[in-house]
Design a protein around this ligand. Structure first.
Ligand SMILES: [Fe+2]
Length: 239
């Protein structure tokens, strides 16, 4: 299969929490945006070096420790520009030196590639997903057959419900999901179509049902790896 996209996505699974760290590599400029610098930074930088890619940008899906604990180390070794959603910077309160603060809908240009920044609150107030070509880098918003917790500081299940609804209705079914953690039983990525069929968090039409499932039911009945769940089974779990 020939790759006609102007970019490639290189994934590294690092750390004790099965985090995915991504390099969004623009072919024309040989530059990359590094998503969620964390854990073994040497491995990330080595990968970029092996492929002769310059890391020019750092994109943060959100500010939880397991997604940002390598940020300082990467900034020591590169002059990459940090990007995050404005609300997340406020929530985090970290003293970043000249980050670019974004609103949902902003677009970032990386050589010939365009990355759209989606504001996807719920897991944290300023969570972001990055949409490039037909690929969605989803952080802890959407996992393969799962979604991010909403019971941590400033998490909000109502917002998560609306966020997931927007992803479900506004992005093409062929979109490839690249989650922030590897909780999948087999393939680490999936299509949005597969998720609409089997991700229990995408089965609820009512915010209250979603909230009950996310906050009270889910963690008692499921554990990783997450397998597909039918709509019927998800709705029955609320009873
Ligand atoms: Fe998180």
């Amino acid at each position: 299969m020939t790759n006609t996209a102007p970019y490639s996505i290189h994934a590294l699974e690092l750390g004790p929490m099965e985090n995915f760290i991504y390099l969004l590599h623009d072919h024309a400029s040989n530059t990359a945006a590094l998503v969620d610098p964390a854990w073994e930074v040497d491995k990330i930088l080595q990968l970029a070096q092996q492929k002769n890619i310059k890391i020019t940008d750092i994109l943060l899906t959100h500010s939880h420790h397991d997604h940002v604990n390598g940020l300082e180390q990467v900034l020591d070794k590169t002059d990459a520009q940090v990007h995050l959603i404005k609300e997340e910077a406020k929530f985090w309160g970290a003293n970043l030196s000249k980050p670019t603060l974004h609103h949902g809908g902003d677009t970032l240009k990386l050589g010939d590639s365009k990355i759209k920044i989606l504001h996807t609150p719920g897991h944290t107030p300023g969570s972001a997903c990055f949409y490039i070509g037909n690929d969605l880098i989803a952080g802890d918003t959407l996992f393969v057959f799962g979604c991010g917790r909403c019971d941590l500081a400033c998490g909000d299940p109502e917002q998560m419900f609306h966020t997931l609804n927007r992803i479900k209705t506004e992005l093409p079914a062929t979109t490839i999901l690249h989650p922030g953690h590897n909780y999948a039983p087999q393939a680490p990525t999936s299509t949005l179509h597969e998720q609409c069929e089997g991700n229990p968090f995408l089965h609820f039409d009512q915010a209250d049902d979603f909230k009950k499932y996310r906050m009270q039911v889910h963690d008692k009945i499921r554990d990783t790896p997450y397998y597909a769940v039918s709509r019927k089974t998800a709705l029955a779990a609320l009873q």
